[in-house]
Design a protein around this ligand. Structure first.
Ligand code: GLN
Length: 467
């Protein structure tokens, strides 16, 4: 743990960590040592991890990268934090991200942008940029992250590491600072499918403190062991197939994921990956997800609508920042929010409030919910009738320069096109590295594997064969 702390300090220019506390980390490390000595260790005991700063933690500050929560310390741990602590994992601290998870480049942090370890002038992706950068730079073996519209998958792709977002409802949201509650799901970023499996299986499970937590997954209890068992069963059947481990696996390739907006280098890397999978016995199936384009407007109505509601709790009274100077009560709330929230967060609150307001609700919010349902149905149909998994790009391009889109806020929104549909449908998906760009400094390219509901174990086993 001492080495890990020294490492992350040597990489401070990445700005991946927001809060580090050597004493807290070393206390956890000593407890882990004692446990190993006593013979009661789990696979995660003593393993260095770190948490995205929107998971509340009792010891470390939790800011969600917002000035609004600059000094906030939670009186309790998020369920995910608690479960990893109970398994003996050692937390190195809290990771930078976009403010409240809103963004795609980790530039919307009140505490400065995160840098991509492959090229420090490039963004690491977002919103979980600190989580992906920390794993890519070798600072932590695994990190927690959240994915509302792609925030586990896209930074994983842009930093050349692996990430998984499980089925909505399988991991507790208790203690995760809410952004879009019907979309938010915890995920993990690590270096390999095996590591992802180990951590994801540990944090998954029903939690009565989260109202949308699932008690069962396709009849099986939602509990640790479920993903591990599915992973082991898939791995066993792949092993039994010998040289063609993925024999007969139908991989759906949605034609809408390979539109004109996709960078040629990314397209090439995905095509090469597909050929590798075919050489392992998989079969390519052309499919169509015709509403892919509409996932952007649907998501950017629903997510801001939920955000505007979730963020109304930051009123200068109950949590966080309060303006130093104000007149009446209304000006106190107004000024506190004006000072505490960043530009992108304010943009979302305005959009969200607008689409929920009387007279616009039916035209925007309800319509977006209908589109959401249709998008989910398209995925469900493809995964039940045509293919076993879906493969495509994660992002249209490799990492952009820091500041490149500063004057064009919708550029980031549009670049979420391949990840938003999965979130709207609540499906599990992962990102795994599949190549590098050629021009200039090599930047990683990731591919996305999307599974049917509760198929995390199988997805991870497929990824494992590819890696
Ligand atoms: N880029 C998307 C957004 O800004 C997704 C972010 C996320 O998944 N947290 O909302």
């Amino acid at each position: 743990a001492q080495d890990a702390l020294a490492n992350l300090k040597a990489q401070a220019h990445l700005n991946a960590f927001l809060h580090v506390d050597d004493d807290l980390t070393l206390a956890q490390a000593r407890a882990a040592d004692a446990r190993i000595a006593a013979g009661s260790a789990t696979a995660l005991t003593g393993i260095p991890i770190a948490h995205k700063d929107n998971f509340v933690t009792q010891g470390w500050r939790t800011t969600a990268a917002s000035r609004m929560l600059a000094d906030y310390v939670s009186p309790f741990d998020a369920t995910v934090v608690q479960k990893l602590g109970q398994a003996g994992a050692v937390s190195l601290g809290k990771l930078n991200c976009d403010e409240f998870g809103m963004g795609s480049y980790s530039e919307n942090s009140a505490f400065g942008p995160v840098r991509n370890p492959w090229d420090t002038d490039a963004v690491p992706g977002g919103s979980s940029g600190g989580s992906a950068a920390a794993v890519a730079a070798g600072l932590a073996a695994a990190t927690t992250a959240t994915d509302t519209g792609g925030s586990v998958r896209q930074p994983s792709a842009l930093c050349g590491v692996s990430g998984i977002k499980p089925t909505y409802g399988t991991v507790s949201r208790f203690g995760i600072i809410a952004y879009g509650s019907s979309l938010d799901q915890a995920g993990i970023i690590a270096r390999s499918a095996g590591d992802l499996m180990e951590v994801l299986d540990t944090i998954s499970g029903f939690d009565p403190r989260d109202a949308t937590s699932l008690e069962t997954c396709d009849g099986a209890p939602n509990a640790p062991g479920r993903i591990r068992a599915d992973y082991a069963a898939a791995a066993q059947s792949f092993d039994a197939a010998g040289a063609k481990p993925l024999l007969g696996l139908r991989i759906g390739v949605p034609r809408e994921f390979f539109d004109a907006g996709l960078d040629a280098e990314v397209a090439h890397a995905i095509e090469t990956a597909l050929q590798t999978l075919e050489s392992l016995g998989a079969v390519r199936v052309d499919i169509s997800l015709p509403l892919t384009r509409l996932s952007i407007p649907a998501y950017y109505v629903i997510a801001p609508a939920e955000a505007s509601s979730n963020l109304s709790r930051y009123d200068g009274v109950r949590y966080g920042h309060r303006a130093a100077q104000y007149g009446d009560l209304e000006s106190m709330t107004g000024r506190s929010r004006a000072e505490g929230f960043g530009v992108e967060v304010k943009r979302r609150i305005i959009v969200g409030t607008y689409v929920l307001s009387h007279g616009y609700y039916d035209a925007y919010y309800l319509q977006a919910q209908r589109v959401r349902r249709m998008i989910a149905n398209d995925f469900r149909k493809a995964l039940s009738e045509s293919c076993d998994i879906i493969l495509g790009p994660v992002a249209p391009h490799t990492a952009k320069r820091i500041g490149e889109d500063r004057d064009d806020p919708t550029a980031a929104w549009l670049s979420d096109i391949y990840t938003l549909g999965v979130s709207l449908a609540g499906l599990p998906a992962m990102s795994i590295p599949c190549g590098f760009s050629n021009a200039g400094k090599p930047l990683p390219i990731g591919m996305q594997l999307i599974g049917n509901y509760f198929n995390e174990g199988r997805l991870l086993a497929v990824a494992d064969r590819f890696q």
